[in-house]
Design a protein around this ligand. Structure first.
Ligand SMILES: Nc1ncnc2c1ncn2[C@@H]1O[C@H](COP(=O)(O)OP(=O)(O)OP(=O)(O)O)[C@@H](O)[C@H]1O
Length: 271
């Protein structure tokens, strides 16, 4: 898929398959083309070239029945309304042929106690939950989430992850964009890294950038100095190291590259 804005190529030959029932995280620096990609898939933007199918349909030609199978979690859709949380959700549910029960959705996103509150009196995290509730009440087969947990406190983020996992268990396919690599690691079945409108790599989070086979870094403190060594056989290395010390090896850690490490390296190479 190709998308240009004037002479600027925002998406440059993207080739991507998202599997039914998976959570796919699209990563990439600001301006990499994530939002543009998602908007083309949603049918909100036209593309300049390439073939795109979403639930078997070209988004440029998708009709109402196709649209009704998509859920889109926008950045704060209902937050400013005078309507109550329940009324907003009931109004949205009425747009669909086979919606979920609005009260069950409130329960699922943890907003039951705020059902009577006006949208604008919700906290930031509660608004985001409402955004998700609005996105899923139509029982979508495919859910798009654009940076869903921005502004969440750590506990709310964990709860939100659990919510997305339970949606996956119900069979919902999800495409999310995020700048939080821990979020991608915790949630995604696969991640794709976009850099300058091109896909640098698609992999399961534990294998991205050769992470699964990368050497381990062993660190310890010896004679008051912090030492590190890279090794493909950390177990043998630590055994030898342990033999040199009478008890515990001071400050011992064994680490593999984090998702953030490989991501930053990948982005650097594609800059
Ligand atoms: N409507 C537009 N008109 C012109 N250029 C645009 C438009 N929308 C996006 N762009 C450009 O296209 C490129 C990709 O933007 P896009 O918003 O898709 O990136 P992104 O990966 O979602 O970034 P972010 O992480 O900041 O949300 C950027 O260079 C951006 O300036």
């Amino acid at each position: 898929m190709v998308k240009r804005y004037g002479d600027r190529v925002a998406v440059d030959g993207l080739d991507l398959d998202i599997r039914r029932g998976e959570i796919f995280a699209l990563l990439g620096p600001n301006g990499a083309g994530k939002t543009t990609t998602v908007e083309v898939l949603e049918g909100h933007r036209t593309r300049d070239a390439g073939e795109v199918r979403v639930l078997g349909v070209d988004p440029a030609r998708g009709g109402r029945r196709w649209k009704a199978q998509l859920g889109i979690v926008l950045q704060s859709g209902g937050g400013d309304s005078q309507l109550s949380v329940r009324e907003l959700l009931q109004a949205r549910a009425a747009c669909y042929a086979g919606p979920l029960d609005p009260d069950e959705v409130l329960e699922l996103v943890g907003l039951t106690e705020r059902a009577g509150a006006r949208g604008r009196t919700l906290s930031g995290g509660q608004r985001r939950r409402l955004d998700v509730a609005l996105g899923i009440v139509g029982r979508p087969r495919l859910l798009f989430l654009d940076e869903p947990t921005t502004g969440f406190d750590p506990e709310a983020r964990r709860q939100f992850w659990a919510l997305l996992r339970s949606l996956r268990d119900l069979g919902t396919t999800m495409l999310l964009t995020t700048h939080y690599l821990d979020e991608a690691e915790a949630l995604a079945d696969r991640v794709g890294v976009l850099a300058r409108g091109r896909l640098a790599e698609v992999a399961v989070p534990t294998a991205l950038g050769g992470r699964g086979t990368a050497p381990a870094v062993v660190s310890w403190t010896e004679d008051g100095v912090r030492r590190t060594a890279e090794t493909a056989t950390p177990t043998a290395f630590v055994q030898q190291l342990a033999a040199r010390f009478p008890g515990e090896v001071p400050g011992l850690t064994v680490a593999r590259p984090t998702l953030e490490d490989v991501y930053l390296k990948m982005i650097g190479e594609h800059a």
